[in-house]
Design a protein around this ligand. Structure first.
Ligand code: SF4
Length: 466
């Protein structure tokens, strides 16, 4: 017979917890098992006036709301609160009953402004500590990569400003020396001045962006550190700080660091060598710009000299900020057959600039030719660990585009997204542990009895384990 369901249900009576209505394998249920925010109240207490004023939203509720939004891919506060009104799983996750009024979306904005990015960084770091404690991260092999995040601005907000003016402003803001001038006009973003023009590839147009630098653990892909900078920051400038930060957070010094060819700079190899860390970064061959390229000049580190292709010696003379000039003697070059190809127009001797970390680059180039099978395996894992994380965060947790404007807001988004990914890894590890512990638990039931947990479907097994 054809069935009929009455739709004009007048009242809903529920006895017991909302939890009974949510499946065991729902992402919020799984994350709730591993989420501990009991320390948070103490942490943010100094942001509130003690014993005066209207009570604010419970800090744990605010963070749970933000995490639930990112876990379900709902990144905007208004949309999240609209969803939370009707979504039983979100209500249960944040601890609100069906009859209770949820906080206003603007409260989440005020909480972010009040707490600042440092508090959200602590939330993220607590998830790293939990992963280390659960032994799903070892911090021994670390994959480092960077990815651009499109700023939350329209193309109409970009204006062209004279490049000199922009460089002066940037130098004044960062207390650094003025950068190299690379064109007459530069585009700047008036609605989000922290974002700068950057691109992923030469054949793609520049767009206003931030850059997220991520350190990912090799074991199951736990995020160990996240740094956010403006889009045009070079990855090579951040890796050293990031490796040190990983050491401070985990208390473990990595034995190997992998990164792509975008990090293949002499200063990166030297910094990792200094820390006794194996750099699995493919060194680029030297670009050939003349008929007598730099690689034909042999550097002798012991005597601190260069030897040219004809065996003449070039000695260091003039120091630069990042290296030294090496010069040959004019009388050595006077009768050289390579003179026309080797010397610049109008010069009587050869001048070569050698960077301070050039020997480290030479060692990395030699090592690249002798990469072991293990080095190649780790470099392969780099792609699916670090690039896999960026893909996951952008596709599922809204990191493809900044939600709010300003570097501080972008950092909060990055920390929360990384925390969400770590909680997912932790929940998956716990789920696997429960399954294994049930599968290998000695059976107390008579063999083949219908109540034996090994005979029950997985969902029932989990509820027994809980
Ligand atoms: S021109 Fe001078 S530096 Fe160049 S190969 Fe000849 S001797 Fe050496």
């Amino acid at each position: 017979m054809l069935g009929r369901k009455e739709r004009n249900q007048l009242e809903l009576f529920i006895t017991g917890s909302l939890r009974q209505l949510i499946p065991d394998d729902h992402v919020l249920v799984r994350v709730d098992r591993v989420l501990d925010l009991s320390w948070l109240r103490q942490e943010v207490a100094d942001c509130y006036c003690l014993g005066d004023g209207r009570p604010g939203i419970d800090p744990e509720v605010a963070v749970r709301l933000m995490l639930a939004g990112l876990l379900l891919g709902i990144v905007h506060d208004r949309k999240l609160m609209r969803e939370a009104h009707v979504n039983i799983a979100i209500r249960w996750f944040v601890g609100y009953g069906l009859h209770e009024a949820l906080p206003d979306h603007s409260s989440l904005t005020r909480i972010r402004q009040r707490w600042g990015a440092e508090r959200f960084e602590k939330i993220f770091k607590r998830t790293v500590e939990a992963c280390l404690k659960a032994k799903i991260a070892t911090a021994e092999v670390v994959h480092i990569d960077a990815s651009l995040i499109r700023a939350n601005v329209s193309w109409d907000s970009l204006v062209e400003r004279h490049v000199g003016e922009v460089l002066d402003e940037n130098a004044a803001a960062t207390n650094e020396k003025k950068g190299r001038q690379s064109g007459k006009f530069k585009k700047v973003c008036v609605t989000d001045p922290d974002a700068t023009m950057a691109t992923n590839a030469r054949n793609r147009r520049l767009e206003p962006a931030y850059k997220q630098h991520t350190a990912v653990d090799d074991k199951v892909g736990v995020i160990l550190d996240v740094e956010v900078t403006t889009g045009q920051t070079n990855e090579g400038d951040i890796i050293e700080l990031q490796v040190d930060e990983v050491g401070r957070t985990t208390g473990i010094r990595p034995t190997a660091v992998t990164a792509d060819a975008g990090y293949a700079y002499a200063k990166v190899y030297a910094a990792l060598e200094k820390r006794d860390i194996d750099a699995i970064i493919p060194a680029k061959a030297e670009p050939i710009r003349s008929r007598v390229p730099m690689r034909r000049f042999r550097y002798d580190a012991k005597h601190d000299i260069l030897k040219c292709p004809k065996g003449r010696i070039l000695r260091p003379k003039r120091p630069l900020k990042y290296g030294r000039f090496f010069y040959s003697r004019a009388k050595d070059c006077a009768r050289c057959p390579l003179r026309s190809d080797c010397l610049s127009k109008g010069r009587a001797n050869k001048a070569v600039v050698v960077g301070d970390d050039y020997p480290a680059l030479l060692r990395a180039r030699r090592r690249r030719e002798r990469w072991s099978a293990e080095d190649r395996r780790l470099y392969q894992r780099h792609r699916w660990r670090s690039e896999g994380f960026h893909g996951e965060a952008k596709s599922w947790h809204g990191l493809a585009r900044a939600i709010r404007r300003g570097l501080s807001n972008m950092k909060i988004q990055a920390y929360l997204t990384a925390a969400v990914v770590n909680l997912k890894r932790l929940a998956a590890a716990l789920y696997a542990l429960i399954s294994v512990s049930i599968a290998f638990r000695p059976c107390a039931w008579p063999h083949r009895a219908t109540s034996c947990p090994k005979m029950l479907p997985m969902r029932k097994r989990r509820s027994i384990a809980e």
